[in-house]
Ligand binder design. Structure first.
Ligand SMILES: NC(=O)c1ccc[n+]([C@@H]2O[C@H](COP(=O)([O-])OP(=O)(O)OC[C@H]3O[C@@H](n4cnc5c(N)ncnc54)[C@H](OP(=O)(O)O)[C@@H]3O)[C@@H](O)[C@H]2O)c1
Length: 259
């Protein structure tokens, strides 16, 4: 599959790395067009993909990904339109541009998707929330899904939910990172070497998340399974709740979505 992508910034780079990491996409099958600085060129020197000189080159791709800031999306769509690019599926990952806005340029029958990935896509462990336009035909949807499947899981949602889903999936890793660091601080306080603490905590979190996914059990039920009566775990849980743990997390999420 030949993938064309506009933008090799934070998220463009993560996606390009993810396609290469999958080993299903070769560097020569990724065509990248950067902005006004050397960002894309510098990345190309490391990763070996093809750099596009013109928008016309994208006609040879199977799918186009737009990974630029909100203000650059419309000019790129207009330039693709001017090239007369026919029914080539386009995935925009720009948070601030809706499918409807894209359709005003490309037309209501053009195959479009709006997706919001997160940074773990670079190691194939991403979660991409996606919404498709109604006009999408099965083969085009298949191409879009294949492009994103190389990067991890894809979750279809209505466009109104993209923001909250992507906030949790995209910003949540920072919350988890702080939690991991705080757990390690506590462990270090009680004598555990820091490197060992980080390894134990990361593996514990992978195990807990995998258990939740594979059993489908409610998180509260999983927590109940660890907290024996009068035991140490419930004492730790009580101490966390006394310090407003749950409220702090909910407030963090509200801060994400209220912007
Ligand atoms: N970062 C995330 O975690 C994340 C997650 C989900 C979605 N998104 C969305 O992804 C988009 C990009 O975010 P980002 O964090 O990757 O931003 P970024 O680091 O600023 O990267 C944007 C890149 O777009 C390039 N660019 C600008 N105009 C262009 C054009 N006309 N043609 C080709 N490339 C162009 C810029 O090139 P130069 O460097 O040369 O100026 C820049 O490298 C945003 O719309 C954002 O909403 C981001």
């Amino acid at each position: 599959m030949k993938i064309g992508i506009f933008g090799a910034g934070q998220m463009g780079r993560a996606m390009i790395k993810g396609w290469l990491h999958s080993q299903e996409v070769a560097p020569q099958d990724i065509l990248v067009k950067g902005g006004h600085t050397a960002t894309a060129k510098n990345l190309q020197a490391q990763l070996g993909f093809k750099l596009a000189e013109s928008v016309a080159e994208f006609a040879s791709c199977d799918v186009i990904v737009i990974a630029v800031g909100t203000l650059s999306v419309v000019p790129i769509l207009e330039s693709l339109n001017e090239q007369g690019i026919e029914k080539l599926p386009i995935i925009s990952i720009a948070a601030g541009v809706s499918l409807k806005e894209m359709q005003t340029i490309m037309g209501p029958s053009y195959p479009l998707a709006h997706a919001i990935p997160n940074t773990p896509v670079q190691i194939g462990e991403g979660l991409t929330a996606i919404t498709y336009c109604e006009a999408l035909e099965a083969p085009q949807k298949e191409t879009i899904n294949q492009t994103l499947d190389y990067l991890g899981d894809t979750l279809e949602t209505v466009e109104e939910q993209l923001d909250i889903v992507s906030s949790i999936a995209g910003c949540g890793p920072a919350f988890v990172d702080i939690f991991m660091e705080a757990l390690a601080d506590g462990a270090v306080l009680h004598g555990m070497p820091r490197a060992l603490a980080y390894e134990v905590i990361a593996k514990m979190m992978i195990g807990s998340a995998s258990l939740a996914l594979s059993t489908g059990q409610h998180p509260g039920a999983l927590k109940d399974g660890v907290t024996s009566p009068g035991g140490t775990t419930i004492r730790g849980v009580a101490a966390l709740e006394k310090n407003g743990f749950r409220h702090a997390v909910i407030s963090g999420v509200s801060a994400l979505v209220s912007e």
